[in-house]
Design a protein around this ligand. Structure first.
Ligand code: OXD
Ligand code: MN
Length: 588
């Protein structure tokens, strides 16, 4: 008698018609076997994996992707609820029947001559009551190795499932890599992801954005929990007490650097549990408990150095159970080492760019692709929190929403209550930087940093968020932070990086009721004397500017929030509408 998983795999095999099927077991030997396979597999621009110098970069391998396949593709990403309204204005929608027709056609025979890897994996610790069992298939050796780094792969998951069929299903094929035949589709009501035509991480490592955010957010909506685009960190104070917080920040706001921060305050130390995704459940004690469903980092390489993120540099240089993969970085051919813009030191003499072409600074292009990545196991992190492997997760005392805003938004604000906090998340926005195409300095709304990742209508998501808060007897406090406020001349007022610990300390003091706060129309802000400025020389008037709230400057913000919320009108929770109306009245 075959199991539900075996039956599902047989179906995929009949559809994709691979030459071979390989069931992954998660063992250590398997990692090295798959790397050997990848090293002898030829793709357009070289082998799937190229071994780098293991003296200086233990267990590191280079992978180059197709030149049109280097990032997530939101316009080719679809949420296929039977009812369009359930996907909401925040998603591209496709009728599930139509989507399956298109994807079936593209998948028919798509693995001919290739190996189909069957990957049983767990999002979350296998013993966690909050973890989810998943099975995906892929025809990419790169994806197979990457999934081992990013998730917990193993036969044990199949034993756990036995004949259960409530696993999250994923079908992935690189297809012919033609962007015209590229679709990343999600069927939340069936817990199914079907992705064809891309080998890029966010589109192909299905455990990450597709499962742990888009599918999981919908499961959370149905089951009473939250899947969030948040780092999880522990902050240890001088007494040895650790307070756990989560933080959601859109891209280009230093999210990974925050998760792995070196504290500038003596006596305070940051521990990491995750840099991208957190699953939040209400525990039996009425508190919010967080687990990191992932097991690895898929981080942006350019800009990562011993200066900006020494802990990440140590992580990716440490060889262990799993390899470290580099995707689309440049190659120093003399040393056989990876290289990217922003790495410590001058560019090496002889470089190949991310596509394998000889490169010199005069060429005028970037040697490493701006979205080139490293993939590394989180257990290699030198600052891993001692509770990171606890199946129950960690209790969260504060939730932080952040953004890059040169005007208006104070360095830190504590919300008046849970619904005001959810509103702070819902009106979250960040100014565009030169890192993305388009106009610089425009505020792009990205509620809870979830706009591209919420697998259902965002208005329903906000209602769900509000309910979660109302159900907890000991909810975390909600804060907003903004490291990027600037003065009249456009100069940043706050130094950022390790100094951000001062803000986190105030947040912890507020959680513990250790200091009062000053009330403004935008929320509660620190009295300047309560911010620990030991060792940081900053004039008082500059500090005051960081917390200034003058509502007559807020008119355009209130107007923008109103137009952003407009398409959600029919389903918008009353509490969010009231908060937006209040802001408009105050800003008049
Ligand atoms: C990521 C993203 O890669 O948010 O984590 O795009
Ligand atoms: Mn992310």
């Amino acid at each position: 008698m075959s199991t539900a998983v075996e039956r599902w795999i047989e179906e995929q095999e009949r559809l994709a018609k691979p030459a071979k099927v390989y069931w992954m077991d998660g063992s250590e030997g398997e990692a090295w076997r798959l790397l050997e396979i990848g090293m002898s597999e030829e793709r357009l621009n070289g082998p799937v994996f190229q071994k780098l110098d293991h003296q200086t970069w233990p267990t590191a391998y280079l992978h180059r992707s197709h030149q049109t396949d280097v990032a997530r593709v939101e316009h080719l990403t679809f949420i296929c609820h039977p009812n369009r309204e359930d996907a909401g204005p925040n998603n591209n929608w496709m009728d599930p029947v139509k989507a399956k027709k298109i994807l079936s056609k593209l998948s028919d025979g798509c693995m001919a001559g290739r190996t189909m890897y069957v990957i049983p994996y767990m999002m979350g610790h296998p013993d966690s009551p909050y973890a989810k069992a998943c099975v995906m298939v892929t025809d990419s050796t790169y994806v197979a190795v990457s999934m081992r780094i990013m998730t917990r792969v193993g036969t044990r998951i199949l034993d756990k499932l036995r004949n259960r069929d409530d696993f999250i299903k994923g079908f992935h094929s690189i297809g012919d890599l033609n962007p015209d035949r590229r679709y990343i589709t999600h069927f939340p009501h069936e817990s199914l992801v079907w992705s064809v035509g891309s080998g890029y991480g966010g589109n192909a490592l299905l455990g990450k954005k597709c499962v742990a955010l888009r599918i999981a957010s919908y499961l959370g909506y149905k089951q009473g929990w939250l899947a969030e685009h948040m780092v999880i960190m522990g902050i240890e104070d001088h007494r040895g007490n650790t307070t756990y917080i989560t933080a959601a920040l859109p891209s280009a706001c230093g999210k990974t650097n925050l998760a792995m921060m070196e504290s500038a305050l003596p006596g305070y130390r940051v521990w990491t549990l995750g840099d991208d995704i957190s699953w939040l459940n209400i525990g039996p004690d009425g508190r919010l408990w967080a687990i990191n469903p992932e097991a690895g980092y898929f981080g942006v390489a350019p800009g990562t150095s011993m200066q900006t993120n020494p802990n990440m540099m140590k992580t990716i240089r440490r060889g262990a159970f799993n390899p470290t993969l580099f995707t689309n970085v440049a190659l120093d051919t003399d040393r056989n080492e990876p290289w990217w813009e922003g790495l410590d030191g001058a560019p090496p003499e002889n470089l190949l760019d991310w596509q394998g072409n000889p490169w010199k600074p005069e060429v005028g292009t970037k040697a490493a692709h701006p979205n080139s990545r490293f993939t590394a196991s989180i257990v290699n992190s030198p600052m891993l929190d001692k509770e990171a492997e606890n199946p129950k997760g960690v209790p969260i005392s504060a939730i932080i929403f952040g953004g890059r805003r040169t005007r208006l938004i104070p360095l830190v604000v504590e919300s008046f209550n849970w619904s005001h906090g959810v509103f702070l998340g819902a009106r979250m926005g960040s100014e565009t930087t030169a890192a993305a195409a388009g106009k610089v300095g425009v505020v792009r709304r990205d509620p809870m940093a979830m706009l591209p990742f919420c697998g259902y209508n965002m208005a329903d998501y906000w209602r769900h968020y509000l309910n979660i808060g109302h159900r907890m007897s000991r909810p975390p406090k909600i804060f907003s932070v903004n490291w990027f406020r600037a003065d009249e001349n456009g100069k940043f007022l706050w130094p950022g990086f390790g100094e951000n610990i001062r803000v986190l300390k105030w947040i912890i003091d507020r959680v513990n009721g250790a200091v009062p706060a000053r009330e403004t129309a935008a929320g509660l802000v620190p009295r300047v004397e309560d911010l620990d400025m030991t060792g940081l020389d900053m004039p008082k008037d500059r500090l005051e500017k960081l917390f200034a709230v003058d509502m007559k400057d807020w008119k355009s913000e209130a107007d923008e929030v109103r137009s952003f919320l407009k398409p959600y009108r029919g389903r918008l929770p009353g509490e969010i509408r009231e908060q937006a109306e209040k802001l408009e009245r105050q800003a008049r």
